[in-house]
Design a protein around this ligand. Sequence first.
Ligand SMILES: Cc1ncc(C[n+]2csc(CCOP(=O)(O)OP(=O)(O)O)c2C)c(N)n1
Ligand code: SF4
Ligand SMILES: [Mg+2]
Length: 265
Amino acid sequence: MNGKSAVAEPELECVHHRAKAMAAKPMHYCPGCTHGLIHQLVGQMIDEFDLLDRTVGVVPVGCAVFAYEYFEADSIEASHGRAPAVATAVKRTDPSRFVFTYQGDGDLASIGIAETIHAAARGEPITIFFVNNGIYGMTGGQMAPTTLIGQRTTTCPDGRDPLETGAPLGICELLATLPGVAFAARVPVTSPKNVNTARKHMRKAIRAQLDRQGLGLVEFLSTCPVQWQMSPVEAMRHIDEQVVQTFPPGVFVDKLETPIRDTVR
Ligand SMILES: Cc1ncc(C[n+]2csc(CCOP(=O)(O)OP(=O)(O)O)c2C)c(N)n1
Ligand code: SF4
Ligand SMILES: [Mg+2]
């Protein structure tokens, strides 16, 4: 001790904890990808609502294909785009389960658009977490229905031309026309404030299912720095400055105070 008194170690406060619903495994996502952050939000919600024992997650094909590795809950891997149909089957077989899907934009808005629209039209009491990064991330950066006008991808290297491939598809705007949808909102996950807003939307999308009001969906504006060929910081800025102009954040449907039966003809 050299005659000196020992300096007390400062007590460290852990600000971020891994949700109990999350497995203690390193994730495979690229640096700066917000898939991991959105996973953690899903885990936090399962903890908050104490749903772990009765949750079934339906996970997609896409970069989140291994999502089942990261949740402690039971999970099913759906074929590309089929998650809302699989979730419908699980929920109808055992209505006591909390059933969520986790889907990318290629999965939900392209190959799976029929499953999305019909699950919503039927008002299935399931919760959809929709990760819109405007591109097919996993397969090498091809154009998705959500790709911005002028955005370069491997299948539109000169930028998306709406005269050739149409305009970006707004899923929240589309679902807002369907009476079976109890809650739909869009949020960028680009700042602590926005992440808090995401949590608020997720609570409502979960309540829509637990109160059997109808389908609940949260669309996250998510980064893909690798396929966008941007740094993680540039990718966040790109969402806040560009993506939100085509996909405005907000609540598109909130019928939680109105029994769904009163809104269906
Ligand atoms: C039936 C079928 N068609 C095509 C594919 C190839 N495929 C795998 S992932 C993917 C797109 C993934 O994009 P997205 O859903 O946006 O997820 P991201 O990787 O961007 O998170 C495609 C087309 C497949 N696996 N199965
Ligand atoms: S390719 Fe894009 S979406 Fe996929 S893990 Fe990497 S950054 Fe994320
Ligand atoms: Mg995508």
